[in-house]
Design a protein around this ligand. Structure first.
Ligand SMILES: Cc1cc2nc3c(=O)[nH]c(=O)nc-3n(C[C@H](O)[C@H](O)[C@H](O)COP(=O)(O)OP(=O)(O)OC[C@H]3O[C@@H](n4cnc5c(N)ncnc54)[C@H](O)[C@@H]3O)c2cc1C
Length: 490
């Protein structure tokens, strides 16, 4: 007897699983297929000895009451998970800038460390205005690209008539705006913005859309949280609730094909066939393409072609170390830029994230888990022999540790765990093609009105995930999941 569901969700990462939680809590009979043995995808975790490491995302964005994360938990009737809100130090080649969460402190810091001329003040005033309006719109159910008159109405309503003049910036890059204020040669300001933009929008100041960049560079203000117990605890919290409210979770089930059969979709997995009235695929769009019928392939093809060149990946070093190696600093998160002139990535722009002192899920007492992450290009890791791969992996691992020693001079001296994750690691564990992680690098050509929509015009089938609008990160996972679930509820 083939099992039948209202809505099947492909992928148990943050996008797919949040979608399933929303729909299950509204009374739909849902099922999640996750190919890996555990949930989380690029925001997942792995354990080794008594340590647990966040494999990709270490921080959850806008996880505050009335924020995107807060609204999600309110919608599913669960309390926000507990965690520490993060402020961190940006280590520029010639100065340190503390990225405070509190707006007044951040305002003072940016003027003191990055310049307080009229042009700086006017630039920050515009940034503040744009981020306030568009963060509110993100929390208030904005939907892009516009697919119907109703979507247009929602966009107008969430932005507000009085702020509509800001929409003109949808066609500007960050560099356009810096030029407007004659700040395009201001190295420290550009250095800081570039590292934050690469980290959040995966793009550069000359290509990243201004509004997306402004949102990306202010995620701390919105509420950047590392959950107590890291991603391991976070996923345990979510999955316990999903099972409690009757959801069906199939871990280790890889979807290999699906097709329409009368009123249902028939879904073939490596472990059997299932039926569902509706489907939401939260897989990257090229993975959905590989398993979908030709009607969906035709719709996805143009989006895949458009975004092919906007993909990138990451390298992460995981260390289990004694706490004494990090006792010289109060902040547990840092971002380092080594050089203003060199291309970002491969250590030049590296994020350090360390588990909290009392977090005994991430590390045994007296120890902590450390994640050092940086961006890289996919092409650098393709077509390597096994020996070349191992050498490259060791070299970049050592480079990241050396870079982190700018902040923690003794880091890794007595590491009990040392692992390096590369694009090939992501490919293996999340199935992402060539290890392409995060969403697409955002440009004027593929973001916002040009982004991949959740509704591609196929009956009873929708997309979610960081390949769809708004793209990138956990906040995008929650927003895309909200939009897809609203379609599926009808
Ligand atoms: C190093 C790094 C650091 C990051 N840091 C942050 C951060 O601090 N904050 C933040 O917000 N974001 C961060 N991100 C980005 C964030 O992790 C991702 O954008 C987000 O987790 C993507 O979630 P997703 O659900 O869209 O996709 P995925 O996490 O890729 O989920 C898709 C799931 O589908 C499964 N799957 C694949 N194929 C199949 C199939 N055929 N059948 C069934 N299941 C399948 C995969 O195993 C996977 O679990 C980071 C990413 C990386 C790599």
């Amino acid at each position: 007897m083939i099992e039948e569901y209202d809505i099947a969700i492909f992928g148990g990462g943050i996008s797919g699983f949040s979608t399933a939680l929303r729909l299950q809590s509204k009374g739909f009979k849902t099922i999640v297929f996750e190919s890996h043995g555990q949930l989380g995808g690029c925001a997942g975790f792995f354990t080794k000895k008594n340590f647990s490491f966040d494999v990709g995302a270490t921080t959850l964005v806008d996880f505050v009451n009335d924020g995107v994360g807060g609204n999600f938990f309110k919608d599913i009737g669960l309390e926000l998970p507990k965690g520490e809100y993060i402020e961190y130090i940006a280590w520029l080649p010639d100065r340190q800038v503390i990225l405070y969460r509190d707006f007044e402190k951040w305002n003072k810091e940016r003027l003191e460390k990055l310049g307080s001329t009229d042009k700086h003040i006017k630039f920050w005033n515009l940034m503040d205005k744009v981020t306030k309006v568009f963060w509110n719109a993100s929390r208030d159910n904005i939907k892009l690209p516009i697919r119907s008159p109703k979507d247009l109405y929602i966009v107008l309503k969430t932005i507000g008539i009085q702020n509509l003049y800001l929409v003109k910036y949808l066609n500007s890059t960050m560099l356009d705006i810096l030029k407007k204020f004659n700040l395009e040669k201001d190295k420290p300001l550009i250095g800081l913005l570039s590292m934050l933009i690469e980290d959040t929008v995966h793009s550069s100041i000359d290509k990243a859309p201004f509004i997306n960049s402004a949102l990306g560079t202010t995620i701390r203000g919105a509420g950047l949280m590392r959950a107590d117990g890291g991603m391991k605890n976070f996923w345990n919290y979510l999955s316990t609730h999903y099972l409690k409210i009757g959801g069906t979770l199939k871990k280790g089930y890889r979807v290999i094909g699906f097709k329409q059969e009368e009123a249902n979709w028939s879904i073939t997995t490596n472990k059997g066939v299932f039926k569902s009235k509706k489907i939401i695929s939260s897989l990257p769009i090229d993975l959905t393409y590989n398993i979908c019928p030709s009607s969906i392939k035709n719709k996805l093809q143009p989006f895949i072609a458009k975004n092919e060149k906007y993909q990138g990946s990451a390298i992460v070093v995981f260390l289990g170390i004694p706490e004494s190696e990090i006792s010289n600093q109060t902040f547990k998160h840092h971002q380092i830029l080594l050089d203003y002139e060199t291309k970002l990535g491969n250590g030049n722009n590296m994020f350090i994230s360390i588990s909290a002192k009392d977090d005994n899920i991430s590390a045994p007492s007296g120890f902590c888990s450390v994640m050092l992450s940086t961006h890289c290009e996919l092409s650098e890791w393709q077509n390597l022999s096994e020996t070349e791969y191992q050498i490259k992996k060791q070299n970049i691992g050592q480079k990241l540790i050396e870079t982190a020693r700018i902040v923690y001079p003794r880091l890794g001296e007595n590491a009990v765990i040392y692992e390096v994750g590369t694009p090939l690691t992501y490919q293996k564990f999340t199935k992402r093609t060539n290890g392409s992680v995060g969403g697409f690098k955002q440009t004027l050509k593929n973001a916002n009105f040009n982004a991949v929509p959740q509704d591609i015009g196929i009956k009873n089938f929708w997309l979610a995930g960081d390949n769809t609008w708004p793209g990138l990160g956990t906040v995008a996972g929650l927003i895309s999941g909200r939009i897809a679930s609203e379609y599926a509820e009808k």
